[in-house]
Design a protein around this ligand. Sequence first.
Ligand code: SAH
Ligand code: SF4
Length: 469
Amino acid sequence: MGGNENARAVRVTSQDLKFYIETYGCQMNERDTETIAGLLIKEGMSQAMDISEADVIILNTCAVRESAESKVWSRFGKIRSMRRGGKPPVLVLAGCMAQLPETAERVKSKAPYISVLTGPGFIHEIPQLVREAMAKKPEDGGHKILKAVTPARTAASRDESTQLLPEGLPRRSIPGVNAYVTIMYGCDNFCSYCVVPYVRGPQVSRSFQAILEETARLCEEGYKEITLLGQNVNAYGLDVPGSPDFPALLRALDKTPGLLRLRYFTSHPRDFTQEMIEAVRDCPTVCEHFHLPLQSGSDRILKAMNRGYSRDDYLRLVERVREAIPEASITTDIIVGFPGETEEDFQDTLDMVRKCRFDGAFTFIFSPRKGTAAYRMKNQVDKKTKSLRLQELVEVQGAITRDINASCVGRDMEILVESMAEEEPGSVKGRTRTGKMVIATGSKASPGDLVNVRIVEYGTWYLKGPVAP
Ligand code: SAH
Ligand code: SF4
């Protein structure tokens, strides 16, 4: 997760007090934003069509890379002087950045215009915190409520950073075809580069029953595709003695009336068992798309990253997936420039990319995150080398992606229509079960329809063609 750091705005209906939310980072944050919006609507607040009309502005932030943080600070710099009817809006910094000690310090010393600081485990308290902030007059010296907890966590334990939200919170889902269902909070893996276990707390699985009920409700409301969310979904249930595990969850959800497609995000290669592959193979709704973050192709670096698998383990996993489900797509995440990464290590990564022939990859430059083990490592790779490696990796993977997409030309592929295709008037777009974006030219199908498309054209990010005869 965390592949996209661009903000998306959620908009809701209108009344007296208006709020506006911008979401940065991963799908977990998008899902949290739906709850924040649902809570504020329940509170009687309503949507601002434009940020300039908002009484409350919430930035739901990401801390995975420094670039995501910089975006948020520069955004606050732009909106801090906004006024509505002469009054400043209440500014809320929510999400993962709120859990970092540096953020609290910076708010105190340099950004007192931020009224509420609240981490992912406290989103259900946002309406109350906003009310308190509004009740204070600016002449009282501003209205600061800090609600973030960042204990120095070194081992997995339940503590105040745990994001275990109460069940039954309202959600304001974006109308459409796909809906998210969180199946677990937090992460216990402590990959040495990653800040997530510190800001989101330890792994806590939601109850099996709650997930089943939420999925059934969403499908009753008309959603056709459900994406299960968690940092390490294949460890689902392992933190709760006696709980069903992830394959059991997939098999149970597969029977949900109205559900056409079931996806999940993200799975860890170390925990990807044969039972899981079989569950994907056996369940008609579960899509044949495996997102397996490799991170590096060098055994030495994988060890330093604390990933818990080797190149060989990973290659065997890819083999097992393709043996069981030949039509499966496999995508990945890769980091370049981890501390101590030599040219040889990087060549090992390129070698794995060529061997695995991924359908696509999210590629990142290593960003040192305070508090993580990799931040303290010697031999940080210089900026120029990192960006040259990224460039090379993107080129190698791009050629493979285009090659795979080219091999789709002439085939008929089923898509679940999501929306009109703005880039191609009079057409609709949707995804294949394998996760590829397809434009169905000239199709009048509606969102939620399944359509067979004959592929005649391709690019790196899309396939295109008319409805199959
Ligand atoms: N739980 C997910 C990942 C969440 S973060 C998983 O384990 O797959 C999403 C991706 O961001 C990671 O897979 C990794 O490739 C990247 N990432 C995480 N920390 C990073 C850092 N410090 N610098 C650069 N990329 C990072
Ligand atoms: Fe971060 Fe690793 Fe947990 Fe993913 S599994 S969230 S990369 S610590």
